[in-house]
Design a protein around this ligand. Sequence first.
Ligand code: PMP
Length: 350
Amino acid sequence: MRHWKENIRKVAPYVPGEQPKGMDLVKLNTNENPYPPAPGVKQALKEMDYDPFRKYPDPTASDLVSALSQYYQVGEDEVFVGVGSDDVIAMAFLTFFNSELPILFPDVSYSFYKVWADLFQIPYETPVLQEDFSIRKEDYYKANGGIIFPNPNAPTGLFMPLEEIEELIAHNQNSVIIIDEAYIDFGGKSAMELTKKYENLLVVQTFSKSRSLAGIRIGYAIGHPDLIRAMNNVKYSYNSYTMNMPSLILGVEAVKDDKYFKECLDKIIKTREEAKVSLSKLGFIFPDSMTNFIFASHKERRAEDIYKALRENRIFVRYFNLPRLDNYLRITIGTEEEMRQLFAFLEVFL
Ligand code: PMP
């Protein structure tokens, strides 16, 4: 008989971005929204009654499902919700990626995909991004057990036009295709409308970035009712009461305030475009981001050195030591003031 230690499952876990403690810092390392959640969220939090917490939450998360179905003009049976898009995507992997054929995702993209594939023992292949970091759709025109990629991609920030996405789906009618739209609200165009046309398309989005609610963990997927039903079956077999009561209440409030949502997005997009100009002036090169971050490399200085110097000055950005891309920083777009502090430091340092 094998010793229990030999039976422990060995996984290389996802390494989350650092969450430094303290107020006296500029946090541009994990792509959070620099603006607070919608005012209605604060109000709901103040008015929240604690007595209902002794009961279990609604397992179907029906209020949130209904709010999202109204917002996106889709049926309630076309919406799946989970504890952040991480949870939603993990449920989708478990539900749809059960083929002997490898699933496909880009070699440079969200690093959790590889972790889940390993954990759930799903074979995978990772087509290499092109020189300009774009995804070559033809690399996905082969038999596969499923496809997933972020659009815009992370950490590159590049957006793949909807026409190309549609061609990719049209070439893949035999497997489920997941488009992870964590950053779609910052200027890209969602593939959600294509879910009406393609039964095998699942679009995943999150409240963590554009809706300023990373801390309360809400993600969702939109797709054909058959896909959503299948995911719910897996979810209820796996973690039946995932969404907690406060998150459900606050999520509904966040969806209600579209005006505030759009105002914050406009500010972030404007700051991002200004940051592109400033970064170019300072000698950085970067793909043209459509997200709330910029993936940048300096022409002369090592990314790791810049990262360390910034860190010593309480400015946190993300440094990735990726195989092909070991000289890049990923800088989240902060408030105007945070970006001013970043550039004030860089101007002196570089
Ligand atoms: N997809 C991508 C591409 C991401 O960058 C992230 C954030 N790390 C997620 C999904 C997960 O976001 P969340 O679980 O907070 O919704």
